[in-house]
Design a protein around this ligand. Structure first.
Ligand SMILES: *Cc1c(COP(=O)(O)O)cnc(C)c1O
Length: 361
C-alpha cells in the first residue's frame, strides 16, 4: 500500500507512519558523479531492481526528526544539523557516502515548504520527517554499492503512545541482544530493527508494551527501551538526579537524550551518565531510591515507565503513575518544540516559505 494524505478526504490522523504527505524529496549518488540535485516530487513508489543491494544486504540507514508549526504559521525543525551529522555517522559505519549537511537541510526545506498545509495549527501535532539513505545499485557482489539513493518522506503525528503520557509496562529481554560490541547498535542502521521484533513479540505476549535492552556482554546493565533511551530519577523536586546509561557503543545516542541532558540543569536537576543494572533498578525502586523512570525519543518524546517485568519478577516504579520529574522534563522539552520556551542556540531551524527555498541543488 502506498497511501498519501491526498488520497484521504478529509485528511485523517492515521496510526504512526501510515499516511504520508503529498510529496517526497529524492537524490541519487553514483561513484562516478557523486550527488545529483535534489528533486521534489509527488509521493510515490520508487523504482527497484530485484537485485538491489539495500534489499539483499541491508546497506540502509535512516533518521527521524520532527517539525512544529508556530502560532504565526512558521514551521521550525528540531535539531536538523544534529540529525544530519548522525545520518553521516551511520552512513560511515555502513561504508556509504556521506550526504552533505546543506543537502539534508535543503531537502527538509523543500518538503516542509511543499507540504506545510498537511500540518494543522493543532499544537499536539507535528510533522515527522524520515530521511533514508539506501544502496540502490543492482548488484549482488559482496562489496559496498556504487549507487545510493537518498529519500525524504513525512507524515503527521501526535504523541507516539498517546497525547497524554500514560505509563508503559516494560519487559526485560534476556535472550535476544539488540547490539554487539563493535557492531551497529550505536548507529541508525535499518538492520538493527527487524532482529528486535521477536523480543518485541515476546514482550507483548507477556502483556508488556516495550522491550528493555540489556548490555550484550554481561546481560546485566540496562541500555535502552525499544527505540528509545532511558533515564532513571533519584530523589524528587529540584535537586533530583537524572541517571542515564553511558554511551557504550551498543546503545543509540539519541538526540532527545542529549536534549534532556541539556535542559535538565535548567530545572534544577543534576544529570549523570552511570550504568544501572536490572537488579539495582529493582532494589532501588523497592527502597524508593529510584523514584521514576522515563524513556525518550523523537517519536515518543518523554514517556513514563510504570511497571517492569523481568521473568517472574514484577515491580512498580514509584507509584506506577507518571512522576513529577518526568512530567516536568516532558513539559520543558515540548515547550521548546512549541516555542513556549526559548530554544538553546542552534536547535531550531525555520523553514523558508515555499518558493523561497534556494535552488534544488
Ligand atoms: C532513534 C533511536 C533512539 C532515539 O533517538 P532520538 O534521536 O532521540 O530520536 C533511541 N534508540 C534507538 C535504538 C533508536 O533507533
Amino acid at each position: 500500500m502506498n497511501r498519501s494524505i491526498s488520497q484521504e478526504n478529509p485528511p485523517v490522523r492515521a496510526p504512526f507512519g501510515e499516511l504520508f504527505t503529498h510529496h517526497m524529496v529524492t537524490a541519487g549518488w553514483t561513484a562516478e558523479s557523486g550527488w545529483a540535485p535534489l528533486r521534489l516530487r509527488p509521493f510515490d513508489s520508487l523504482p527497484m531492481s530485484p537485485a538491489m543491494v539495500g534489499l539483499h544486504y541491508s546497506q540502509v540507514v535512516f533518521e527521524g526528526l520532527k517539525a512544529y508549526r508556530r502560532d504565526h504559521g512558521v514551521i521550525e525543525v528540531f535539531r536538523p544539523t544534529d540529525h544530519a551529522a548522525r545520518l553521516n555517522r551511520s552512513a560511515q559505519r555502513l561504508a556509504m557516502p556521506p550526504l552533505p549537511e546543506d543537502k539534508f537541510l535543503t531537502a527538509i526545506d523543500l518538503l516542509v515548504a511543499a507540504d506545510q498545509e498537511c500540518l494543522s495549527a493543532d499544537p499536539g501535532l507535528s510533522l515527522y520527517l524520515r530521511p533514508l539513505l539506501y544502496a540502490s545499485e543492482a548488484n549482488l557482489a559482496l562489496r559496498p554499492a556504487r549507487e545510493y539513493t537518498f529519500v525524504l518522506i513525512a507524515f503527521v503525528t501526535g504523541g507516539f503512545f498517546s497525547d497524554k503520557p500514560s505509563p508503559v509496562t516494560v519487559w526485560v529481554n534476556r535472550d535476544y541482544p539488540r547490539a554487539a560490541p563493535g557492531g551497529t547498535g550505536g548507529v541508525k542502521f535499518a538492520g538493527n530493527y527487524a532482529p528486535s521484533y521477536l523480543a518485541q513479540e515476546k514482550a507483548q505476549q507477556a502483556g508488556c508494551h516495550q522491550v528493555v535492552w540489556l548490555d550484550p556482554m554481561e546481560r546485566r546493565w540496562v541500555e535502552e527501551l525499544g527505540g528509545m533511551n532511558l533515564f532513571f530519577v533519584r530523589g524528587s523536586g529540584p535537586g533530583a538526579q537524572l541517571i542515564t546509561p553511558p554511551h557504550t557503543g551498543t546503545l543509540l545516542p539519541g538526540i532527545t537524550r542529549d536534549s534532556v541532558m541539556r535542559l535538565a540543569p535548567g530545572l534544577g536537576y543534576q544529570v549523570r551518565e552511570e550504568p544501572v543494572s536490572v537488579d539495582q533498578w529493582r532494589s532501588e525502586c523497592r527502597e524508593g531510591t529510584i523514584t521514576e523512570t522515563f524513556a525518550c525519543g523523537t517519536a515518543a518524546v518523554v514517556t513514563p515507565v510504570g511497571t517492569v517485568r523481568d521473568g517472574e519478577k514484577t515491580w512498580q516504579v514509584g507509584t506506577g503513575a507518571a512522576g513529577a520529574v518526568t512530567l516536568a522534563m516532558r513539559d520543558a522539552l515540548t515547550s521548546v518544540h512549541d516555542g513556549r520556551a526559548p530554544a538553546p542556540e542552534g536547535w531550531l531551524r525555520t523553514v523558508p516559505p515555499a518558493g523561497a527555498v534556494a535552488g534544488q541543488a
